[in-house]
Design a protein around this ligand. Structure first.
Ligand code: GLU
Length: 483
């Protein structure tokens, strides 16, 4: 049987970075096995529904570099792929459970349920639906139940969870998992408004869509015993389960908005490359059993294995992600990135530069920074003459004798026909040897005069990109103002 997996987000807002990892692992697993990865929109909770969320989720997955084989956009033979368009199916299936005694009608009002919870809280008990005392099919009997239903009394359908025994299942990541039945609530399956809860809809769809592996976040682990009971009640074969470890902050706390970026959009807007983010997130929880860290999407598909997903929470190391971004930044053709820089430059009042110049600046500065978007601030001097000069740097490297050491270089540079990095390097070295001065007494003043800053790329490379005319102009102005 061919592998079929699904990514089943609820459209409640932006795609969380953990959601992207779940989607990615599903995709990698499916493609590794030559199977299908489908997108199912779990939109049965109308109170949390956000209209723009579905598109935003799809857009982010596409940006990350993967597409689904079936889903609300492209359709497929197991559709519809939005749960809100499948309500009848869930109602029919809830009735099957009533018929075979695995579920029952419950008539309790919100008020009655609240009182039950209060009583349990006072008695120090965990909140749980108390089947034996509430107003439901098991306490009222068949006749009364039929009468209430006929009268149109609002009713929910609940799962009849056994009072004792164990529910076991094996998880590809976590091994054998056991839950005591007494800890499991009589879950509402169909609400009084006719809408299913997540549990019923999820199981019915996974079965009808012939899902072979359920790969999802660890937060869904406590739901799985309920799902197992449902599969048994329907007489269906269970899919295989794999629950992915939580993503944690470096201090081991759960990753949340309070600690920084959590939505894929945030990372995209910050200027992370999709390939870098995907590479990084793939390694949050999956261990490729080697020191290798750079994986393209195809490499990931080739090497990915659920058996190598860790149980322990995965640390989301932002610094590492930045490092990863820089690795990709360095590997791209600068000419391909140039339009991105030109776009970013529109936010600054710098003179216009050519795409070729933009590419040269990228090549120069990507050794030092990780984002295209940082170039206009980190390397402002590549676009405008410096107007301020780092005071600390200046006091350290502009001494009374510096002017006399530097001034002859203006003429020397002026006579150069080759203003390349190599030629500048050779020229300055010949000059310092002849004058018997240490190279640092030239390099730092040059950097100060030309860039105004202490940190930057290699000085001769920087000068080459700026060009002879501009370098000489900056040197002359500075020498004039600092006699
Ligand atoms: N709709 C659930 C979510 O938002 C799906 C969980 C599952 O994959 O079963 O993540």
């Amino acid at each position: 049987m061919s592998v079929r997996v699904r990514f089943a987000p609820s459209p409640t807002g932006f795609l969380h970075i953990g959601g992207l990892r779940t989607a990615l692992y599903n995709y990698l697993f499916a493609k590794h096995h030559g199977g299908e990865c489908i997108l199912r929109i779990e939109d049965t909770d109308q109170t949390r529904y956000v209209e723009t969320a579905e598109k935003a989720i799809i857009d982010m997955c596409r940006w990350a570099g993967f597409n689904f084989d079936e889903g609300p956009e492209q359709g497929g033979k197991y559709g519809p792929y939005r749960q809100s368009e499948r309500t009848e199916l869930y109602q029919t299936h809830a009735s099957i459970l009533i018929e075979n005694g695995a579920a029952y009608y419950a008539f309790d009002s919100a008020d009655e349920l609240e009182k039950m919870r209060e009583r349990q809280q006072k008695a120090g008990l965990a909140p749980k639906y108390d089947r034996s005392i509430m107003r439901n099919q098991t306490t009222l009997g068949e006749e009364e139940t039929s009468r209430l239903l006929a009268e149109g009394e609002p009713s929910a359908i609940r799962l009849k969870v056994p009072h004792s025994g164990e529910i076991r299942f094996s998880d590809i990541v976590r091994g054998e998992v056991v839950f005591a039945a007494r800890d499991i609530d009589d879950q509402v399956l169909l609400k009084s408004d006719g809408y299913p809860t997540y549990h019923l809809a999820n199981v019915v769809d996974d079965h009808l869509m012939e899902i072979t592996h359920v790969i999802r976040g660890e937060e869904w682990l406590p739901s799985t015993p309920k799902h197992c009971l449902l599969y048994e009640a329907f007489g269906w074969e269970k899919p295989k389960f794999a629950h992915l470890p939580l993503l944690l902050n470096p201090d081991k706390s759960k990753m949340s908005k309070r600690h920084g970026d959590v939505f894929v959009e945030d990372f995209k807007n910050k200027g992370f490359f999709a390939e870098a983010l995907v590479n990084f997130i793939a390694l949050c929880g999956w261990n490729p059993s080697s020191d290798r860290e750079i994986f393209s999407m195809n490499d990931l598909i080739e090497h990915f294995a659920l058996e190598k997903v860790n149980k322990a929470g995965a640390i989301f190391d932002y610094k590492k992600l930045e490092w990863m971004n820089n690795q990709y930044f360095r590997s791209y053709d600068p000419a391909v990135l140039a339009p991105e820089l030109l776009e970013v430059l529109k936010n600054y009042v710098y003179p216009t530069v050519s795409a070729d110049y933009a590419a040269q600046v990228i090549k120069l500065l990507r050794e030092r920074i990780s984002f295209v978007a940082d170039i206009p601030t980190f390397g402002d001097y590549m676009f405008v003459r410096p107007v301020s000069f780092d005071e600390e740097y200046k006091s350290k490297h502009w001494k009374p004798e510096t002017h006399a050491n530097i001034a002859p270089l203006v003429g020397i540079f002026e006579s150069l026909s080759d203003f390349s990095n190599q030629s500048l390097h050779d020229t300055v070295h010949a000059y310092t040897t002849e004058k018997q001065i240490a190279l640092k007494f030239i390099i730092h003043p040059l950097r100060l005069m030309i860039t105004g800053k202490q940190v930057g790329a290699g000085m001769f490379e920087t000068m080459e990109v700026l060009g002879k005319k501009e370098v000489l102009a900056r040197m002359k102005v500075f020498l004039e103002n600092n006699q």
